[in-house]
Design a protein around this ligand. Sequence first.
Ligand SMILES: [Zn+2]
Length: 300
Amino acid sequence: MLMPKGGQPEEELKALLPTTIAVRFEEMFPHIRTGRIKRRDRKRAEMLRKAEPVLQRVMNPMEAVRFATNGARQLSWWVLTAGSMNPFANRTTLVLTDKRILLIHTDSKQRPRMFASQLPLDRIRATSGRNSYIFIRTGHEQLMFHGVKRSEARQLKGLLESTASKEGGWQNLCPRCFAATDDAPPSCKKCGEEFKSPKKAALRSLFLPGLGDFYLGYHKYGLLQITGITLLWALFLSTLIPATLRRGFEGVAVAAPIFALLALIHIGDALLTRAKARNGLHSKDGALPTGNIGSPDPNL
Ligand SMILES: [Zn+2]
């Protein structure tokens, strides 16, 4: 009887990994020695390969990947607003290397999309994992990362060490040259790339919810909101006009609740759009690289 070849699942998984960046295989897939490749492992390897164009440009030659997962980055109060839809617009690949934690905004197919940020490891104050959540605290901020497997939250927590430092925080990365900055400048000091303004985005959404998202480059999400708010305005006008014609000024009271709702949505979306714009540097062409350095983009 022949035993199954020892290295086989391992080799199969390694073949799925990016070729141009270093990955610490045993840390990334701690359970692989038990034999079979799980679907989840395969998906994580593929996810890493999709992030490769960004990782190639960000990581130092000596740097290695230790862990990666894809989930949704969340602000706690988003759940209370229209932003509860944000998990769809807010997919993010989280990558831990031996130098930093990287957050790469992705589309629903895990391809790099709009912006990236990083947290140098010595800036981590505390980490915890609960159910499908990972919490990473730095300075006065807390990152809530949602939608990961319970085992992944545990795995990441085990890999991270906390420091007592209250200094620093997340750094924005220029979507073009990946220079890191502690603040949100109007343009990149290194390559000159201009970034979209959170204030402009907020004002557009105040005028018409969805317009600010559209300006930032979230076209589908923006269009969805514009459609919704247009219907609501139509409802308001079709209630207001007949009621006013029939009952004069008293008719206004009938449509008032709809107007209050509209006002609330306009203001709420302005705040939300500003928060979204501040999540990372949105470049003018609104895109992270998806092609590898020195090789043609397979998606083209
Ligand atoms: Zn730059």
